[in-house]
Design a protein around this ligand. Structure first.
Ligand code: NAD
Length: 503
């Protein structure tokens, strides 16, 4: 079995207490690699390495062009090793090889985009000269924050690692990344490429371990200046509390229960494909999954019939088979969660119109496969319409008009994303404007770009990733004021506390 170590200060090392854990292939239920398990001592060591690397300026002191060159080199290496990374990601997370190939491409693009921003986004702005209350020159600088901790989930392990590391490094910070204990391998493997790309030791550290130990050690460390977290709202809430010790900057990308709305003028074949993609992509284990489908009442029965017949044709299989459209659920625990919610839905009185059970895949009897599942007869108040299931379970809710659709869409503690399907762009935009979510796709779904901000309203998050707004989350802002009064007496503060000028 392959054995993976922690990546600290440019070296692969065992955990201080020698502890290891096994990572499971969700398509077989069998362990396939051992991984060093970081504890507080290891996280402290990684943070100390990142702190030293930040404080001595070996990275932040480089010209942006040099940092960009290293990030582009990292992107180039990732592209070279794309097939290896995609395969490893599929085995570790259960994501289909089609998806994980896309994820490696997305991670590569993220490093390239942020390399570009490192060079192009100005870090200093000279302001207009002011004359009131006295003449002065003012400029505003953007400076890196320091040590950035990244804590990431299991559904897009490599992509999430890139989303945390690329902006932190582009801005001149150093980083400690804690991958999910369920899917740690590609982030650790990225450590090999970080070294090869010439990024100095200590600038990137990767320490997989459990949330309450390794994760909390990172969040409570006084040497960490920012935590960027992606994961569940419950853990995000805890992180927000724990990070208050040294007033860390915190950005949170949390859960969702996003609504995809099919208006009565939609192109139905597109909308139905989009709805299926919205919920069943990565077996529904996507934070912005379109897990609530709101359908105009006049179309409801037709849409449901077509959804069911299409869903039943989705090919469920092992992630490495290129014909597989839906792979397994990531873990036995998550599979149990999905099964529990199906039972809750039935007990609440919703109608299970397809799926609802584990799927059998020949040769993979121990795998955590689950059928694409659809409920109708769902009230917005039901738990299956309110709580994030994070699996291949769609709830369909009818609505009467656009106002009703908006009301149901906004009836959620979450506000991550949503979709509108319509033949009338102006009408779709009017609906989008009223949705209380960080992203709305019109006649599309799941499109997240490094170029546009992504994040949640309400309990779906704090701050944004991507776009200019996401990049600026990795900087401190400093205003420098240079007094230009030539006449000493004209300093505006003279008459406040300073005794009158000597004659
Ligand atoms: P999770 O919150 O259980 O774990 C996420 C990460 O936090 C893991 O690395 C885990 O080890 C760590 N963690 C757990 N407890 C911790 C603690 N007390 N202190 C510090 N770290 C801790 O989430 P998950 O089950 O891995 O992922 C699924 C969740 O993530 C879903 O709710 C999903 O919506 C959300 N998610 C959100 C986005 C987004 O961008 N908004 C993207 C992907 C996933």
């Amino acid at each position: 079995m392959a054995d993976y170590k922690l990546f600290i200060n440019g070296e692969f090392v065992a955990a201080a207490d020698g502890k290891e854990f096994e990572t499971i292939d969700p398509s077989t239920g069998e362990p396939f690699a051992t991984v060093a398990q970081a504890n507080k001592a290891d996280v402290d060591k990684a943070v100390a390495a990142a702190r030293a690397a930040f404080d001595d300026g070996r990275w932040s002191g480089l010209r942006p062009e040099k940092r960009a060159a290293a990030l582009n080199a990292l992107a180039g290496l990732l592209k070279e090793h794309a097939a290896e990374f995609a395969e490893l990601e599929s085995r570790d997370s259960g994501g289909t090889i089609r998806k994980t190939k896309g994820d490696v491409g997305g991670a590569t693009f993220t490093f390239r985009t942020l390399a570009d921003m490192a060079v192009k986004v100005p870090t200093e702005q000279v302001m207009e000269r002011t004359v009131m209350p006295g003449p002065s020159l003012n400029y505003v600088k953007r400076e890196p924050l320091g040590v950035c901790g990244g804590i990431i989930p299991w559904n897009f392990p490599l992509l999430m690692a890139a989303w945390k590391l690329a902006p932190a490094l582009a801005a001149g910070n150093t980083a400690v990344l804690k991958p999910s204990e369920i899917t740690p391998l590609t982030a650790l493997k990225l450590g090999e490429l970080v070294k090869e790309a010439g990024i100095p030791d200590g600038v990137v550290n990767v320490v997989p371990g459990l949330g309450p130990s390794a994760g909390e050690a990172l969040v409570t460390s006084n040497d960490v200046d920012k935590i960027a977290f992606t994961g569940s709202t419950a853990v995000g809430r805890r992180i927000l509390q724990l990070a208050s010790g040294n007033i860390k900057k915190v950005t949170l990308e949390l859960g969702g229960k996003s609504a995809s709305i099919i208006l009565d003028d939609a192109d139905l074949s597109l909308a139905i494909d989009g709805a299926l993609y919205g919920i069943f992509y990565n077996s529904g284990q996507v934070c912005n999954a379109g897990s609530r489908l709101l359908v105009h009442r006049s179309l409801h029965d037709d849409v449901v019939d077509r959804l069911v017949s299409r869903a039943e044709k989705i090919t469920i299989g092992p992630p490495l088979d290129k014909n597989t459209e839906m792979g397994p659920i990531v873990s036995k625990t998550q599979l149990g969660t999905v099964e529990r919610y199906v039972k809750i839905g039935q007990e609440e009185g919703a109608k299970l119109v397809t799926g609802g059970e584990r799927a059998q895949v020949a040769g993979h009897e121990g795998g955590y496969f689950f059928q694409p599942t659809i409920f109708t007869g769902v009230e917005s108040t039901m738990r299956i319409a309110q709580e994030e299931i994070f699996g291949p379970v769609l709830v369909v809710i009818p609505f009467d008009d656009d106002d009703d659709a908006v009301r149901i869409a906004n009836d959620s503690v979450y506000g991550l994303a949503g979709g509108v399907w319509s033949g009338d762009p102006a009408r779709a935009m009017a609906v989008a404007d009223r949705m209380r979510t960080g992203t709305v796709w019109i006649n599309d779904y799941h499109l997240i770009s490094n170029k546009y901000p992504f994040g949640g309203y309400k309990q779906s998050g704090l701050g944004r990733e991507h776009g200019m707004q996401g990049y600026l989350e990795y900087f401190e802002t400093k205003h420098v004021h240079v007094d230009l009064s030539r006449d000493r007496a004209k300093h505006r503060w003279f008459d406040v506390v300073v005794p009158p000028l000597e004659k």
